[in-house]
Design a protein around this ligand. Structure first.
Ligand code: S3P
Length: 425
């Protein structure tokens, strides 16, 4: 797909449902008693992988566009699937399901696509094994395929070496089935959707600072869930609105959970004009974001804010190329184990466009203000890389060709349509 410099972006856009919350709605609904009605479900390929895994385990799930009805089987009602479960490109599916499957009474094998086959699974295997789980990497390389034989579990206190919501959630979900209390302490607080949502489903779960504590559940109960718009998808329009001269965009219905909204602080720290309108604080907080073109300057991003903007860092790195002065991104080593090595891929592609960017051990240093020029961008089939360079390509001189652009279907199938619609106004 080819991108060229575009004129101002103007108008309104409604952001599709949050990926993390969509996954969890289906998972928790499947192991709850009674119906779970989900609206604004994200129809991205990752969340559809979660639906197909639970269907394969005997859960009846009706999907009608963004409306999903899950007829939950109860905490102990999943059935042994006939085939290997295919999690596609979705790390959230593999890691969270592993926690649930560890406490069942049947064997399962989990696999996925070529990218997921390279992602680290030891990070969940270690704590789950400490809880008594029988979980092995079939090729003994710490990656999928994983073979899990459900068994009796016991609670642990896990001090996680990484701030990862997927690790935390795998352990907490296993904790639903474990004897005694299960605790997870993280080095910094990662997204807390699992804690908030499981509580609504009736679990005995609480948080104390960076520790989440769960006790085994008798049953969970089906819920009505409206999924907020995904701030990680909104990030591309936030950046485009700030960077493309003359732009003014109203981004409607964006989830602004404090464990996810670090990008808003960074935009403001860089001098960006972003205001929050129509703030709703019931359940997962949401707001409409009004963004206007601004002159940006560099900043330093590191420490506890990193987990709250981890998926937005590729877009933030590209944004820093258009800001005056130096931006330092540090403490972000987790970027190396996402859908691609996002430090390496960003540095390589931004350099190809003429940016002054340097790779560090856990981040990047970007010296902004140099004009970018079009280039051939290899997305490495990483959805967030493809969308980041669609925005960068709309600001660069000449043509930017994005290879593998169709991978946006993982988290935002209508991204190019929505972007072009705002550009035409
Ligand atoms: C997610 C957690 C994050 C994030 C991913 C979704 C989740 O991963 O990058 O896109 O839904 O829990 P980690 O837990 O590996 O940081």
């Amino acid at each position: 797909m080819i991108f060229k410099k575009c004129g101002s972006l103007k108008g309104e856009i409604t952001i599709p449902g949050d990926k993390s919350i969509s996954h969890r709605s289906v998972m928790f609904g499947s192991i709850a008693k009674g119906p779970t009605r989900i609206s604004n479900f994200l129809q991205g390929a990752d969340c559809l992988s979660t639906i197909s895994c639970f269907r394969a385990m005997g859960v009846e799930i009706e999907q009608n566009g963004t409306n999903v009805l899950v007829h939950g089987n109860g905490l102990r009602g999943l059935k042994e699937p006939k085939n290997i479960l295919d999690c596609g490109n979705s790390g959230t599916t593999v890691r969270l399901i592993s926690g649930i499957l560890s406490g069942q009474d049947f064997p399962v094998t989990l696999t996925g696509d070529d990218s997921i086959k390279k992602r680290p699974m030891k990070r969940i295997m270690t704590p789950l094994t400490q809880m008594g789980a029988k979980i092995t990497s079939v090729k003994d390389n710490g990656c999928v395929p994983l073979s899990i034989t459900g068994t009796a579990l016991h609670g642990i206190h896990y001090n996680s070496p990484v701030a990862s919501a997927q690790v935390k959630s795998a352990v907490l979900l296993a904790g639903l089935y474990a004897e005694g209390e299960t605790k997870v302490t993280e080095p910094a607080l990662s997204r807390n959707h699992t804690e908030l949502m499981l509580k609504n489903f009736g679990a005995d779960i609480r948080s104390q600072g960076t520790t989440a504590i769960i006790r085994p559940a008798g049953e969970l109960y089906g819920q009505d869930i409206t999924v907020p718009g995904d701030i990680s998808s909104a990030a591309f329009f936030l950046a485009a609105g700030l960077l493309i001269p003359g732009s003014e965009i109203l981004i409607r219905n964006v989830g602004i959970n404090p464990t996810r909204n670090g990008i808003l602080k960074v935009c403001r720290d860089m001098g960006g004009d972003v205001s929050l309108l129509n703030v709703q604080t019931e359940g997962e907080p949401t707001a409409d974001l009004l963004v206007r073109h601004s002159s940006l300057h560099g900043t330093v991003i590191g420490g506890d804010i990193i987990p709250t903007l981890i998926d937005e860092l590729p877009m933030i790195a590209a944004m820093a190329c258009f800001a005056e002065g130096k931006t330092i991104i540090k403490d972000a080593g987790e970027l190396k184990v996402k859908e691609s090595n996002r430090i390496e891929v960003m540095v390589k592609n931004l350099t190809a466009m003429g940016a002054d960017v340097e790779e560090t051990k856990d981040g990047m240093i970007i010296r902004g203000g140099k004009p970018l020029c079009g280039a051939v961008i290899d997305s490495r089939m990483d959805h967030r890389i493809a969308m980041t360079f669609a925005v960068a390509g709309s600001l660069a001189e000449g043509e930017t060709q994005i290879l593998g652009a169709e991978c946006v279907g993982i988290s935002y199938p209508e991204f190019f349509r929505d972007f072009n619609r705002l550009a035409e106004k």
